[in-house]
Design a protein around this ligand. Structure first.
Ligand SMILES: [Zn+2]
Ligand SMILES: [Zn+2]
Ligand SMILES: [Zn+2]
Length: 361
């Protein structure tokens, strides 16, 4: 983020002795004449006006004011000797600076009502236009106390329901473990055998991808591009747009504030969809059968096509007491053992799955 200065704005300080608001540049109170003490804070004025007068600008840029170590008088930041007692200011205490005082006031501030004669005055006035009394700050209305939420109590019904749910879950887990471990031996006869073999066919075809324009491979065909935000930058680039946050006032310690804005650049770039021709699956050819003689499908490839992955799946259906139970394998040698009509001893678990196969005794 880069900081951008929009100029300077005059701050205010309130006299601790008579509560009069004074312009930031005033070194003594305009009402009672008291010099500004060290511990008085500069505050944002009700309306931010950019300082245009030469004297004000010089004061604003002179750096934090220095309070004389001998008599306490406030001197400009570039002064070497105290304007009142002539004391050396090199050991003097500089005012605090650099704090953010507040966001830029863009709305006109409400009028200030004079405490003595009830006359409404523009917020920038420090004295009543009618009676000349010093004008204080507008008192903020006290905010209504937010009702405090009562701490939530656990409803006992939820505890009971929670306990029941927990018991049901435990019971379900126990049931599944038992069903999985409990097995039964059955004599079964092979009633059916099936096989399926397939081969993936690979061919060259366009595949679509998305990327930034400068990341597209050379051989690609660009379909279309559109501009998108690619990132943020502190500096302008070929194709960027500046965005800035709300301006805010930073205390300069001189009775003035600098109006600054944090800015950065949104960098735009072309994001494109492109196609490249790649070897990829374009089809599958398969062969099936219901015997113990599986074979690979016959392949007729077009130009530029190649064969890809091969898959084989074998399925054996047993007759278990009149019920069909199937078993699947990818192992050809295992499959070839299951002659239709042959008898086997099956271990079947509680879910009806075959977990063990042995030749019938
Ligand atoms: Zn005063
Ligand atoms: Zn002095
Ligand atoms: Zn008045």
């Amino acid at each position: 983020m880069a900081k951008q200065s929009l100029g300077y704005t005059e701050l205010e300080w309130t006299c601790p002795f008579c509560s009069t608001r004074n312009p930031g540049r005033a070194k003594v109170c305009g009402n009672c004449g008291a010099p500004q003490p060290k511990d008085v804070q500069f505050e944002q004025a009700a309306e931010d006006k950019i300082v245009a007068d030469q004297e004000g600008l010089e004061m604003a840029k002179a750096g934090p004011d220095i309070h004389c170590p001998f008599c306490g008088t406030r001197n400009p930041g570039n002064a070497v000797k105290c304007s009142r007692c002539g004391g050396d200011l090199t050991e003097g205490e500089k005012r605090e600076a650099g704090q953010v005082i507040g966001a830029q006031q863009t709305k006109p501030a409400p009028d200030i009502i004079c405490d003595y004669c009830n006359t409404p005055n523009p917020a920038s006035n420090t004295k009543c236009k009618n009676c000349g009394s010093p004008l204080g700050k507008e008192q903020p209305k006290p905010a209504a106390a937010a009702p405090r939420a009562a701490p939530a109590k656990m409803n006992p019904a939820f505890l009971i329901i929670g306990g029941i749910v927990l018991l049901l879950i435990c019971g379900a887990i126990a049931f599944f473990v038992m069903q999985g471990t409990r097995t039964e031996s059955n004599i079964a006869r092979v009633s059916d055998v099936n096989w399926k073999r397939s081969i993936v066919v690979l061919g060259y075809a366009p595949v679509t991808y998305n990327a930034w324009a400068d990341q597209i491979p050379q051989a690609a065909e660009v379909n279309y591009c559109s501009e998108r935000e690619r990132g943020r930058s502190a500096f302008p680039t070929d194709n960027s747009q500046q965005i800035c946050g709300t301006p805010y006032v930073v205390d300069q310690g001189s009775g003035f504030g600098e109006m600054v804005q944090d800015c950065e650049y949104i960098v735009y770039d072309d994001y494109c969809e492109y196609s490249v021709v790649e070897l990829q699956p374009v089809g599958v050819i398969d062969e099936t059968g219901s015997d113990l003689n599986p074979f690979w499908p016959e392949t007729r490839l077009e130009q530029d096509q190649q064969l890809g992955e091969r898959n084989e799946v074998y399925q054996i259906t047993f007759d278990v007491n009149g019920e069909p139970v199937t078993y699947e394998t990818t192992n050809l040698n295992e499959y070839l053992e299951f002659q239709p009509g042959s008898d086997w001893e099956l271990e079947i678990n509680g879910f009806g799955n075959i977990v063990g196969i042995n030749p019938a005794p």
